[in-house]
Design a protein around this ligand. Structure first.
Ligand SMILES: [Zn+2]
Length: 323
């Protein structure tokens, strides 16, 4: 893990100050969408608390026994709890409750991080609430959630709540250039595609999906029967729907002679320019709506994924004359 946290400067300095002034709360609730950086910051916080190098400059040293043990997952005062299957189970909470009452063994506090706290059933949540009501003094629980609305208000009110937001474009672009040794053009394309979510940006870089890009087949295809094959491809990687929207948006930009800096897929500009005669503004806007609608359907209803994708592909392949 890198020593530098990307973004979330206010939250990081708030946590640093808490550690420095020894005013660490008994419970925190980090809320924000998947990949935004909650777990990275929570790990950083744990290292900050358990780092044994007292001369550190407000950041964990990464080399003392405490820091190394956290990194290797064998610090006796630190645990990260994730859903076991789809849920955080009552047994996992009971185990936490038993152990948290023992004093720390090597560090000055015990730290527990709960990932996806929203995946707790009521039994587990009520049980956790008991611990939050009477927290052992030398302990801190950090709850992470992608959906704060589903966390019991009684739990929320006992935590210091820290909301995590996607990063501003400029901030993420600069950070990516610094940490991954990529040029500004690539960094800014990745930033746009990632929606400001650091986790998305990093996985895009790891996939090496930027560079030589080719236009998605659905934009090029004219044969309606291709819809079924294309739907299958989208089903394998549903994240591609977000990417698809960015391609349509680029088409729209090209059509409106927008400055090239606005394009996400600048390396594919020639291919896109060849396609523009086939796409009117209305068709592009409708296509974007169709993709959004399909995403919503898949996310929020129990529609059969492949069916929704087939309908989407058929609609996207429909040019205006035939619609
Ligand atoms: Zn250290």
């Amino acid at each position: 893990m890198s020593n530098e946290i990307i973004g979330h400067k206010n939250i990081v300095s708030q946590l640093q100050n808490a550690v420095k002034s020894e005013r660490i709360a008994g419970a925190y609730l980090f809320s924000g969408i998947k990949g935004v950086g909650k777990e990275t910051v929570a790990m950083y916080f744990a290292e900050l608390i358990l780092c044994e190098d007292k001369n550190n400059s407000g950041s964990p040293c990464k080399s003392c026994r405490g820091c190394r043990k956290i990194e290797n997952g064998n610090h006796p005062d630190f645990r990260i709890i994730r859903p076991d299957g789809a849920q955080i189970k009552i047994d996992q909470i009971r185990e936490l409750q038993q152990k948290i009452h023992y004093p720390p063994l090597e560090g000055r506090r015990k730290i527990y991080i709960l990932v996806n706290t929203e995946c707790m059933n009521n039994y587990a949540a009520n049980s956790l609430l008991k611990t939050l009501e009477e927290p052992p003094s030398a302990s801190t629980i950090v709850l992470l959630t992608e959906n704060i609305e589903t966390i019991l208000p009684t739990i929320r009110s006992r935590c210091q709540v820290l909301p995590f937001y996607p990063l501003a474009q400029k901030e993420l672009t600069v950070a990516l250039m610094g940490q991954f040794n990529i040029d500004e053009h690539t960094a800014s394309s990745i930033t746009i595609l990632s929606g400001g979510v650091v986790g998305n940006a990093i996985s895009l870089i790891e996939q090496d999906s930027i560079g030589e890009e080719s236009v998605p087949k659905i934009l090029i295809e004219t044969e309606k029967l291709a819809a079924f094959r294309l739907a299958e491809e989208f089903e394998k990687d549903i994240e591609n729907l977000d990417k698809l929207i960015s391609w349509y948006r680029d088409l729209l930009f090209i059509q409106q002679d927008a400055p090239i800096e606005l394009l996400t897929h600048r390396t594919a500009i020639e291919q896109l320019q060849m396609l523009t005669p086939r796409y009117s503004r209305v068709r592009i806007q409708q296509s974007i709506k169709t993709v959004f609608k399909t995403k919503e359907l898949i996310k929020n209803t129990n529609v059969t994924k492949i069916l929704a994708l087939e309908v989407m592909c058929l609609q996207l392949l429909q040019d205006e004359n035939s619609s």
